[in-house]
Design a binder for this molecule. Sequence first.
Ligand SMILES: *Cc1c(COP(=O)(O)O)cnc(C)c1O
Length: 228
Amino acid sequence: MVTIAERLDAAYARIATAAKKCNRDEKDITLIAVSKKKPLEDILAAFDHGHREFAESYVQEGVEKVQALNDHKTIVWHFIGPIQSNKTKAIAEHFHWVQSVDREKIARRLNEQRPTNMKPLNILIQVNIDNDDNKSGCAIAQLPQLAELVNNSRQLHLRGLMAIPAKTDSFDAQLQSFEKLKACFDKLQTQYPQLDTLSMGMSADVDAAIAAGSTMVRVGTAIFGERS
Ligand SMILES: *Cc1c(COP(=O)(O)O)cnc(C)c1O
């Protein structure tokens, strides 16, 4: 049986190989372990192997895990799922990063509900890069306005962009989507030089994402196995 520790090592190795192929430094790419629908024991197995960055997609499940592991102070928690406006308070109070901000109402509520005794919430704006009707994410045309709002929010810290491209097995098609997001990122960065995070790449498309300039990959299945 392959352990979570071994699969984590394989994920790190895959990032290193992909980075080397395009003359990038693997240290510039952060691996986020996506633990949604997986039990606490799995998170702890990764933690015991030295991993600290985890992501959850469902509010209730995510909050329960953050609370259960409250004494593991070094864990960095990312929220990456679709956000309903009645769930923003729980997200603002429990996570370090929110990668799925895609509209002004959500940004306003997260800013108002982030407790003032906590550090500002790190924000990635999710972009609907392939104009997919089934996917969340803001349209590219709305990006400047939403970025300005987040940037002007005291309890939010604009860090960059995130996207989930349309599913395809073709490396070239994956690359093309990711390069679109990279172009949006570069453009936005001329206005906000502090932007440092481009979150793209999952188990099936990490290599193309890194080739296109990803600085953060979100890997679930390849670390924790298939989800039921
Ligand atoms: C589930 C999920 C992932 C991880 O997907 P895998 O294919 O299991 O690696 C990454 N990003 C988001 C936004 C997700 O919802």
